[in-house]
Ligand binder design. Structure first.
Ligand SMILES: Nc1ncnc2c1ncn2[C@@H]1O[C@H](COP(=O)(O)OP(=O)(O)OP(=O)(O)O)[C@@H](O)[C@H]1O
Length: 959
């Protein structure tokens, strides 16, 4: 496809190379496209790649940008390899490795960052190390006992540290860096404003009614136990229609010295712990890079770039905005984003960075220039470039998407923004063929799949391909969800019904068979009579429950397993143990390799600390830790992903699913006992005290009042809905279950209630599939397909999530390619088939009919089927059946099918060696099949016919 021509506004951004430029535009308006072109333009204007810093949000985006830049300028990919087009994290990492050895010294920490300092990306591993740190910390600091007792979850404390770091609040060994202490105190003035807003009387029909704050403090004491100094509800709510203003100060002012000291000590000692152990997390990378750039003036000035550009600016945190300013040597600064797509609050994105860009720019410059001028360029002139033309969606999708940002997320929420407040976008296409619909169903998963079956092949849902409409396929459809769980469940249901689904996103790695078996063997290694370990291993080997019980009671483990345990015991590392276990069970997949890599990481690749490893796996299980694993089979399948993962992508047909109560927005606000919130600063929700004699955890009444003024902000949930909707190019659907969320109910749609009949719709579709082997007119009394001999479950499992349609296409490609037609492979599977066929030197016969007469008692039955490929050479004949399965689970069943073909071909080529085999296109492997004898086949036919007769009456049917 040719590169688009920039529109006038985009051109303005591309060509305006001097001064501060901000783009806060809508989805699909070509922001990334324009910033990439701007970069290429800078190079053509004479800037060297080293002069220009381009910050993206992910490493993939950085690589993609480099590729796009290469296409537009005279630089090659290798010339741009080291160009500063990167994420904040990798930029900071490189900076520290090169210049940051002494960065810790600015916080008073003696230890240095070394070349071997690792970036620790895995959060479960870090949480594990943090727990180790915290248990040592508690022993060393009895003075913090009272605050420590309040904590219920150590990882919440780690989260808090990360949050403080993202907000630029750092400890030094003996205090706080710059104005960190003030940030922790909060801002009473700003809080008073919130208090006044929440406490303003409402207008009723007959005069003023009570303020929202007074309403929300009703039941103030209910289910809570406050310390004796707390006011009673009557005292607090004495005034009407508003509570007395004095409560703003009473609630805000609180002795937080012990809390602040505790957080200080944990924070600074954890940084020391990490640096000493040679690792940094993402937050500490940025923290040290920031400190280094702030303190080392010569370094900052020498690094400063002539041009700085940041994409996805709405997802930057406060420290990232400040880093941007420290890295800009001039006012040639360009930031591009969309406040409506700011969805990374949980990673400390500050939407205000883009919404109030100019205000923040002034505040940060002032702050950074405190005692030394660090930001020397002028910031008075900021040019805002609006982009309004959307190149992705139809006008009706764009019009509806504005509603996402105004819809209440709860029954009682009122959003003080109207659709008119949202800048409208204008579709670049005149065509508006979109179907926009919503449906609800008590069986939501099935309803979605049912709807998908209606969409595929249906011209009412035609999609635009280069200006022409074409019939939709599975891979045009994306199901987007707020939470991961629903996506995984949908995949499971889709697998049951054979609907091809590719789930993209986090996998609970420790809940896989691979991890469960590994954990079992580790337990056996740690304790040779581990019941929990042996039970899993024995059950997996097929022992019945009674047999397992007996073996466990008598400790009479099978010899082969005993020997395997001894082999494992001799292994030096956890990685080696894991590899052995996976080899034993034939796991050669992405899960197995990710587990090996992860466990090697945790154990530093050297030690063999079994206890630690078992605990790590158990904790990961408890934490329901998810890991990004590429489990995408490719081919024609529906994409299921979270809205977060879909950011920046586009799909012809989008179904936003699971818009249900408690799921979107998700329920609960967490139970973190220590919090840092703007503008109230650092607070405890619970207080430990012996006020009534015994140590007890009391609720903090002050926090109760403060939080009532903050309210819960659902704006990010609306933005998520906006992101999901604006991924759609042609059609947009919404689905909910029995209890739809207000986000669903308040959209201007008329949902239809549906009762799915997926079984029915699947039958319609599978009728034309290859799974039903074509049977020619039988010339003998009865006929049968080899598939009839197989266990039916094979048919369900066979596609392994990739779909019958996908299998059909691979077969069709294979047939045409072997026939010498000029077809191009359209998937990796087809490429593997092509490579395989290319290697064959003999004669090829495709789609050969095969008939095998089998005697069953008195009767003669013909089994017939179609052989995918016969490869005939001088001395042998290879029978090839293509399989698109990802696993080899169904091989015993396929053996029956191949055995039929074997006996047919043997009769045709009596003097050649016959080699039946399966070609797994997913991996490109050929597996030889050991054929069954004619007697065994005859027995199978007999069994099959008997079961058919008992199931279906007199006459066996032909499948
Ligand atoms: N001037 C143009 N003419 C035609 N197509 C364009 C033009 N500008 C951008 N596009 C196309 O529009 C699509 C969206 O562009 P891009 O991803 O850059 O937008 P974006 O604003 O970054 O989107 P989002 O914020 O939703 O991630 C891309 O397919 C891009 O090639």
């Amino acid at each position: 496809m040719t590169e688009p021509t920039p529109n006038a506004r985009q051109r303005e951004l591309i060509e305006a190379i001097e001064g501060i430029h901000v783009v806060d535009a809508g989805a699909g308006t070509g922001k990334t496209f324009a910033i990439t072109r701007r970069y290429a333009n800078l190079l053509s204007e004479g800037y060297e790649p080293d002069d220009v810093l381009l910050v993206t949000f992910t490493n993939n985006a950085a690589t993609e940008m480099k590729e796009r830049v290469v296409a537009r300028c005279d630089y090659s990919m290798s010339a741009l390899r080291d160009a500063p087009i990167s994420t904040f994290h990798s930029f900071c990492h490189d900076l520290l490795l090169e210049y940051g050895a002494d960065a810790p010294s600015y916080l008073g920490i003696d230890d240095q960052i070394t070349q071997s300092t690792q970036l620790l990306e895995n959060e479960v591993i870090e949480a594990d190390r943090f727990r180790t740190f915290l248990s040592q910390f508690v022993d060393a600091h009895p003075e913090h006992e009272a605050v420590f007792r309040v904590l219920n979850d150590p990882t919440a404390l780690l989260e808090l540290i990360r949050e403080l770091a993202a907000k630029g609040v750092f400890p030094t060994v003996d205090g706080w860096y710059r104005d960190g202490a003030a940030a922790l105190d909060g801002d009473f003035g700003a809080f008073e404003e919130l208090f006044a807003e929440a406490n303003a009387p409402n207008e009723g029909a007959n005069g003023a009614t009570q303020s929202n704050l007074r309403t929300s403090l009703s039941g103030f004491e209910r289910d809570r136990c406050f310390l004796p100094d707390a006011p009673s509800e009557d005292e607090l709510r004495e005034g009407y229609p508003s509570i007395d203003d004095r409560w703003a100060e009473e609630a805000f002012v609180e002795d937080r010295e012990a809390l602040t000291e505790f957080i200080h000590d944990v924070y600074v000692e954890y940084i020391q712990f990490a640096v000493r152990r040679n690792y940094l997390n993402f937050s500490f990378l940025q923290l040290f890079a920031f400190v280094q750039l702030c303190e080392d003036h010569a370094l900052r000035e020498s690094i400063a770039f002539e041009q700085v550009m940041v994409d996805e600016f709405q997802d930057t945190s406060e420290i990232q905005f400040k880093l941007t300013l420290l890295l800009a040597g001039t006012d040639n600064l360009c930031v591009v984003g969309d406040w409506k797509q700011s969805i990374y609050g949980f990673q400390y994105a500050a939407v205000e960075n883009i919404r109030s860009f100019e205000r923040r720019l002034r505040a940060y410059k002032r702050e950074l220039n405190g005692e030394h001028e660090r930001v020397a360029f002028p910031i008075e002139e900021v040019t805002t470039i609006p982009l309004r033309r959307n190149y992705r969606s139809t006008q009706s999708i764009l019009d509806l998407s504005r509603h996402a940002l105004t819809v209440p997320a709860t029954g009682s929420e009122s959003v003080d923004r109207t659709v008119e407040d949202i800048d409208g976008l204008e579709a670049a296409t005149d065509r508006d063929h979109s179907t926009i619909a919503a449906f609800t169903s008590a069986s939501e998963h099935e309803a979605i799949l049912d709807r998908i079956e209606t969409i595929v092949g249906n011209d009412d849902y035609a999609v635009d391909e280069n200006g022409d409409l074409r019939t939709p396929r599975y891979d045009d459809i994306a199901v987007l969800t707020r939470t991961r769980r629903f996506g995984r469940e949908l995949q499971t249901t889709a697998d049951e019904f054979g609907v091809p689904v590719a789930y993209e996103g986090g996998v609970k790695l420790f809940e896989t068979d691979q991890a469960i078996l590994l954990l079992a063997w580790l337990r056996i290694l740690a304790d040779e009579d581990s019941r929990r370990g042996w039970a899993v291993v024995l059950e997996r080997a097929g022992y019945t429950l009674a047999e397992v019980e007996q073996i466990l009671d008598e400790h009479t483990y099978p010899d082969a397993m005993d020997a395997f345990r001894d082999r494992l015991a001799a292994m030096e590392s956890i990685g080696a143990i894991a590899r052995q276990v996976f080899e034993r069970y034939g796991f050669e997949d992405a899960y197995a390799s990710s587990l090996v890599a992860l466990l090697q990481d945790v154990s530093d690749g050297t030690t063999r600390n079994l206890g630690g490893m078992i605990r790590f796996i158990e904790r990961s299980l408890d934490a329901e830790a998810t890991h990004e694993i590429d489990d995408n089979p490719g081919g024609d399948s529906i994409t299921v992903q979270t809205i977060h993962a879909a950011k920046g992508l586009e799909h012809p047909i989008v179904i936003v699913a699971n818009i249900n109560r408690y799921s979107f927005p998700p329920a609960g606000g967490g139970d973190d006992r220590i919090r840092f919130e703007d503008p109230i600063g650092l607070r405890q929700t619970k207080l430990s005290s012996t006020a009534h004699g015994q140590p007890h955890l009391y609720d903090n009444w002050r926090y109760r009042v403060l939080s009532a003024c903050l309210g819960r902000d659902y704006d990010e949930e609306r933005r998520l809905l906006y992101v999901a909707m604006t991924r759609a190019q042609d059609h947009l659907l919404f689905s909910a279950g029995a209890e739809p969320s207000p986000l669903f109910e308040n959209l201007p749609l008329e949902p239809e209630s549906v009762e799915p009949d997926l079984e029915e719709s699947r039958i319609d579709r599978t009728e034309q599939t290859r799974l039903q082997v074509s049977i020619p007119e039988p010339d003998v009394p009865a006929g049968q397909s080899p598939h009839a001999l197989m266990d039916d479950r094979v048919f369900e499992d066979r596609d392994d999530g990739r779909g019958i349609e996908f299998g059909n296409r691979v077969h069709e490609f294979a047939e045409q390619y072997a026939d010498g037609e000029a077809v191009e492979p359209a998937s990796d599977d087809e490429r593997r088939v092509r490579d395989f066929i290319d290697e064959l030197e003999g004669e090829l016969h495709v789609e050969e009919d095969a008939y095998l007469p089998v005697s069953v008692g008195e009767q003669e039955v013909t089994i017939s089927g179609v052989i995918d490929l016969l490869h005939v050479t001088g001395d042998r004949v290879e029978i090839v059946d293509y399989k698109t399965d990802r696993t080899r689970d169904a091989e015993t069943e396929y053996r029956k099918q191949l055995s039929v073909y074997y006996h047919v071909v043997r009769q045709l080529y009596p003097d050649r060696e016959i080699e039946p085999s399966l070609f797994y296109s997913g991996k490109g492997t050929v597996v030889a099949i050991d054929p069954l004898s004619m007697e065994s086949l005859s027995d199978l036919v007999k069994i099959e016919r008997e079961s058919n007769r008992s199931d279906q009456g007199e006459n066996p049917t032909i499948r």
